[in-house]
Design a protein around this ligand. Structure first.
Ligand code: 6CS
Length: 312
């Protein structure tokens, strides 16, 4: 059969490269084909999730930044400084974590979704119209975030005025000054030309962009054991590829931004300058537990244990 797979980025972005690897592996190992639907072809992130839950699509790549509204525990990815900036540690964590590979699989299943893979897309950077050296600089800044209640809490705790918006409104919103800042991994700042409508890039090390591939569960459960293995193996090989692929991507794409816009200021905050962002983490973590209760606390604790276990 021909299976439909939608994702939130272009074909040449990280999600598109992952999707291409997944498609190649499925097509090489079965007689099924996959049609890829990049960002925009079927609507926003929320639309492709709806279409997958309704069974119109078989696969969807959606980031917890959007899934957090559906699965509150998935908001855990927005507790600041929970994930390490070290790419090798991150790769080991996603591959081996019980929270990711068992606990979240159950939570997604409750929403009719078979979670196939969670993977990193790179350290998140803030891009703004005015320089950011501390939380105080975010005062009065309308800062776009993905539609995720905990991410709203994060940016409140950082001192900004969080504004949840779908991706399609971000470039125009910055252009017309409805918002004055947003965050995303470096490669995305280049590929979507967000550097054209912001003047400052700031790295606070507060997060790494996580995303997830899932299948409609009814569709997945209806596959033979052999087909399920093809799907799982394809997700695993795409995962292995993408972890290496995105490792040096932030550096190469930052160079392209510098070349495209020499006036762009790029700041890596010092430990001292990061203090207010780090202090906000405890407050956001408490909010997460308030929102998700015992179940959320259990997954947070499991993630911390998994992160410890995968350190060097
Ligand atoms: O900020 C966003 O909405 C988007 N950012 C990335 C890196 N991927 C997809 C998502 O829609």
């Amino acid at each position: 059969a021909d299976w439909k797979y939608a994702f939130e980025e272009s074909l040449t972005d990280v999600q598109g490269v992952y999707a291409t690897k997944f498609k190649e592996a499925v097509e090489a190992n079965s007689d099924h084909t996959i049609t890829l639907f990049p960002y925009g072809s079927l609507g926003e992130s929320a639309d492709i999730m709806e279409q997958t839950q309704a069974g119109l699509l078989q696969f969807v790549n959606q980031s917890p930044g959007f899934t957090g509204a559906l699965i509150p525990e998935a908001q855990v990815f927005f507790v600041p400084y929970l994930l390490p900036t070290d790419q090798d540690h991150l790769g080991r964590f996603f591959k081996n974590s019980k929270a990711i590979n068992e606990d979240f699989v159950g939570l997604y299943a409750n929403q009719g979704l078979e979670l196939l893979s969670m993977y990193p897309e790179g350290e998140v950077a803030m891009t703004t119209k005015s320089p950011v050296k501390s939380c105080a600089d975010l005062d009065e800044v309308k800062f776009r975030v993905m539609t995720n209640p905990l991410l709203v809490e994060s940016y409140k705790a950082f001192g900004a005025t969080p504004t949840p918006l779908p991706w399609g409104e971000v470039y125009g919103g910055l252009q017309t000054n409805i918002i004055q800042g947003q965050e995303n991994p470096t490669f995305f700042l280049f590929s979507t030309k967000i550097y054209e409508v912001t003047d400052h890039i700031t790295y606070a090390g507060h997060n790494n962009f996580t995303t997830a591939l899932m299948a409609n569960k009814q569709f997945y459960d209806g596959l033979s054991a052999e087909e399920q293995k093809v799907v799982q193996d394809a997700a695993a090989s795409a995962f292995d590829y993408i972890v290496g692929y995105q490792k040096s991507l932030a550096d190469s794409e930052l160079d392209k931004i510098k070349e495209a816009k020499p006036a762009m200021t790029i700041t890596v905050l010092s430990d001292e300058e990061r203090a207010c962002f780090k202090n906000a983490a405890a407050e956001v973590e408490a909010k997460f537990i308030e929102m998700t209760g015992e179940g959320g606390k259990a997954i947070l604790d499991q993630m911390k244990a998994d992160l410890d276990a995968t350190r060097d």
